[in-house]
Design a protein around this ligand. Structure first.
Ligand SMILES: NC(=O)c1ccc[n+]([C@@H]2O[C@H](COP(=O)([O-])OP(=O)(O)OC[C@H]3O[C@@H](n4cnc5c(N)ncnc54)[C@H](OP(=O)(O)O)[C@@H]3O)[C@@H](O)[C@H]2O)c1
Length: 321
């Protein structure tokens, strides 16, 4: 069963469910999960420069292209611009690197990963460059400058559609006001406990789709962003009851709720049976009453607060949800 699609403002179609790949950095785990997804009928994969797994994904794509099991036009690949490439002329350097790793001529969606820019210093803490005082090496590249670089990527044929991730409404509006090419999607944290209804309506008015990252609340997120005592999205009792009622898994109820709202979801799994399960959400429908029950479970609870970016002027998450 392939995912249903949504037509973007770029005219291209984007599958409503894709495979997430964050934290899948071991080559074998990554390649096996991509193979399991392609075999299950996935037509959409989400990755990023920062995930350090594009090369493994590229290897499997080549394997499937060469075996005649997949055609380039049948798969939707999203990847993202990293923070150290925000200067207009550096955007093309990053996408060239993304494309080389993925062994592709173009990606279907290219996103600015976060609205915060940093400069290379030769010294890093994890993915983030640090300065001589071991502080984050922030710079202030204007968002509109980066967006111009993103538009150039489309003109150069290296991305079919472009968008942003982790931007707030003010930042999205800034881009929309002067963009020659509007963002086609905005990728943000979105799940039962952070339903993003306000942002969803704001984007809908502007013809922009929303892509939900961490649709299960990212239960395996790293310890430094676990919140003591925070509720687990997958333990939600209303969703569990509905899983029994509809004879589906809890995960499928969460995903069905998102796609039925018209939201694109990119669940991560490295487990072949859960990979298959997560795509099987297009052959049932939640009733209006059950959609309302799930809507009432919102807690406006953000797990990804981007602490590492808090002192940057473009820190996005001060806005009311
Ligand atoms: N733009 C951004 O800044 C950003 C930030 C975070 C994430 N993302 C993207 O969004 C994707 C998804 O988010 P995420 O990885 O944070 O978390 P998620 O998709 O909410 O949750 C993934 C976790 O749920 C488990 N899982 C998968 N399917 C399940 C099911 N049917 N039932 C129960 N558990 C299930 C997985 O374990 P198994 O692997 O063992 O199945 C994994 O531990 C990422 O991989 C990435 O592509 C983007």
């Amino acid at each position: 069963m392939a995912a249903q699609t949504v037509t973007l403002n770029s005219g291209h179609k984007m599958p409503l469910v894709g495979l997430g790949s964050w934290q899948v950095t071991s080559p074998e785990e990554c390649k096996d999960s991509i193979r399991a997804a392609l075999d299950a009928g996935y037509t959409h994969i989400d990755t990023a420069y920062a995930y350090q797994n594009e090369a493994f994904i590229g290897e499997v794509l080549q394997e499937y292209f060469k075996a005649g099991k997949l055609k380039r036009e049948d798969i939707f690949i999203t990847t993202k611009l990293w923070v150290t490439y925000h200067e207009k002329d550096r955007v093309s350097l990053c996408i060239d690197e993304n494309l080389k790793n993925l062994q592709l001529d173009y990606v279907d969606m290219y996103l600015i990963h976060v609205p915060v820019s940093m400069r290379e210093t030769g010294k890093r803490m994890g993915l983030y460059p640090i300065d001589e005082n071991n502080k984050p090496a922030f710079t202030e590249v204007p968002l509109l400058e980066t967006w111009k670089g993103m538009e150039q990527v489309v003109r150069d044929g290296k991305a079919k559609s472009i968008g942003v991730s982790n931007f707030n409404m003010k930042q999205i509006e800034l881009i929309c006001k002067s963009a020659a090419i509007k963002p086609a999607t905005v990728q943000v944290e979105c799940h039962l406990y952070l339903q993003q209804e306000k942002l969803f309506r704001f984007l809908k008015e502007r013809g922009i789709t929303i892509t939900a990252y961490s649709p299960f609340g990212s239960p395996a997120r790293p310890a430094n962003i676990q919140k003591e005592g925070a509720p687990r999205v997958l333990d939600d009792p209303v969703a569990k009851d509905l899983a029994t009622k509809y004879k589906r898994s809890v995960g499928q109820i969460h995903l069905r709720y998102l796609v039925q709202r018209g939201i694109i979801a990119i669940p991560k799994s490295s487990n072949p049976s859960r990979i298959q399960e997560n795509l099987k959400v297009f052959d049932f429908k939640l009733s209006h009453g059950d959609m309302s029950k799930l809507a009432s479970q919102d807690r406006k609870l953000r797990f990804f607060e981007g602490q590492e970016f808090k002192t940057h002027p473009n820190y996005p998450f001060g806005e009311a949800l």
